[in-house]
Design a protein around this ligand. Structure first.
Ligand code: ASP
Length: 434
């Protein structure tokens, strides 16, 4: 997008254009940075500047502002960061998958590109190279709604291989929409981790003044050097740029469609936070690094269905939805219920050897199927209570469990065991009476 109006005339007046390094002054305030392309949503009199510290800011321009051209952009030459391995720094692997975080803004010219090459991944945040030796690879360039278990398997294999070959930690930039599903899948597929596997996204692309990509990525790189042996998600902890929160991969959910602090740990304290000054603060127990090697168990059963129950769900619609399923997870109401009209369907599934797991669409709290007769009948029919697991975590877990075994007793045993922190025994039940 081209600048118009007052921004255009003030840039033209100084002979400056997108990609040039300028200083803009208004009375006592002054900012220096690279002129980024105009962002449609930011308003027509807002000039976007990439500051020396890597952040983009939007400057409101009026006739009182003065612009001085400090350095013309270098035509035809990409300002690529120099990566000289520094033996004093640990190596951090970055495995790109796509999503908003992977579209990068060329540092000098301001043009926006999808990351297609490894170095593009770190191009948007050259500061990463100050924190560690970056080993980057583009595994995928896709939006996360298109992810399947094949993608999770490949990512788990790549992450394990990176750790086994001496990487201190693995950072996986990923679209935010299904970040929680991938985090849960990798949590189950990977064990005995010799370093953290960190999924990270951004709610706003790095060409926007309010992008969260910079803090999320630098915080992830910082965490990659810490003593952590779990799959986690690192995203903004609040709307300002003060810290990022570390969420356990099996307990995290995107709870807002657009806020920068959209991700929350559910039924679990966040494991910790990474502050802007680089400090990591731990808030809950977490697994330390193992001495390796990483254990990979990536098989998954794809034919598992996640059903969100609603009042009036017709029995025959439920039946056709689960027709070819090898396993079913229900996000039921309250303590873990569905309408009595579905009981025969659930019984029929279980008698046919299809495991049915009950979770709650309340998200917070755990299921308790002993309180109401509806719950007790479902338990008697053989429904497996999903404790305080998120419905999507129980869904991913059932896919993974069925990838490991088809033995009904073993499936029940694994689904009710706490394998990767997905079940939190500390979430206490309130007292209930019928
Ligand atoms: N739809 C995008 C995705 O999940 C949104 C994002 O990148 O955050 O891939």
């Amino acid at each position: 997008m081209e600048y118009e109006g007052v921004v255009k005339s003030i840039l033209d007046g100084a002979g400056a254009d997108v990609g040039d390094y300028i200083e803009i002054t208004r009375e006592k305030d002054s900012f220096k940075g690279i002129v980024m392309p105009h962002i449609e949503f930011s308003g027509k009199d807002i000039l976007t500047l990439k500051l020396d510290n890597g952040y983009n800011i939007g400057v409101k321009v009026d006739d009182m502002c003065k612009v001085q051209l400090v350095q013309r952009r270098q035509e035809g030459k990409r300002a690529e960061p120099e990566y000289v391995a520094d033996p004093s720094k640990p190596t951090v692997s970055i495995l790109g998958t796509g999503g908003t975080i992977a579209s990068y803004v060329e540092y000098r010219t301001g043009a926006v590109f999808p990351a297609e090459k490894a170095r593009d991944l770190v191009f948007t945040v050259p500061e990463l190279a100050d924190l560690c030796n970056v080993r980057a690879k583009v595994v995928y360039s896709m939006f996360s709604e298109n992810m399947t278990s094949e993608n999770w398997k490949k990512l788990a294999g790549e992450a394990g291989a990176e750790l086994d070959s001496g990487s201190s930690g693995v950072v996986i930039p990923h679209g935010t929409d299904t970040l929680g599903y991938t985090a849960a899948a990798l949590s189950f597929m990977l064990d005995n981790l010799s370093g953290p596997v960190i999924l990270v996204g951004s709610q706003r692309s790095s060409d926007r003044p309010s992008s969260d990509a910079f803090l999320n990525l630098t915080s992830s790189a910082r965490l990659a050097k810490e003593d952590l042996g779990e799959v986690v998600v690192v995203m903004h902890g609040e709307t300002s740029d003060s810290f990022c929160t570390i969420h356990r991969g099996t307990k995290v959910r995107k709870m807002h469609s657009s806020r920068r602090d959209a991700f929350m740990s559910i039924n679990q304290k966040p494991l910790g936070s990474v502050h802007q000054d680089g400090r990591t603060e731990w808030l809950d127990e977490h697994r330390s690094r193992s001495s390796g090697p990483v254990k990979l168990q990536a098989e998954m059963e794809d034919d598992v269905v996640l059903v969100h129950f609603y009042p009036g769900l017709p029995a025959q619609l439920f039946r056709s939805t689960v027709k070819d399923a090898k396993g079913v997870v229900i996000a039921g109401t309250g303590l873990g219920h569905v309408s009595s009209s579905l009981f025969p369907e659930v019984e029929r599934l279980i008698q046919a050897g299809i495991p049915v797991v009950m979770t709650t669409q309340c998200l917070y709290g755990r299921v308790n199927m002993n309180v109401y007769s509806a719950g007790r009948d479902l338990l008697l029919a053989g429904v497996i209570p999903g404790e305080d697991m998120l419905p999507e975590t129980a869904f991913i877990k059932l896919m993974w469990v069925l990838g490991q075994t088809s033995d009904a007793g073993k499936v029940r045993e694994l689904m009710t065991a706490n394998l990767r922190g997905e079940i939190n025994p500390a979430i206490k039940l309130e007292e209930y009476s019928e």
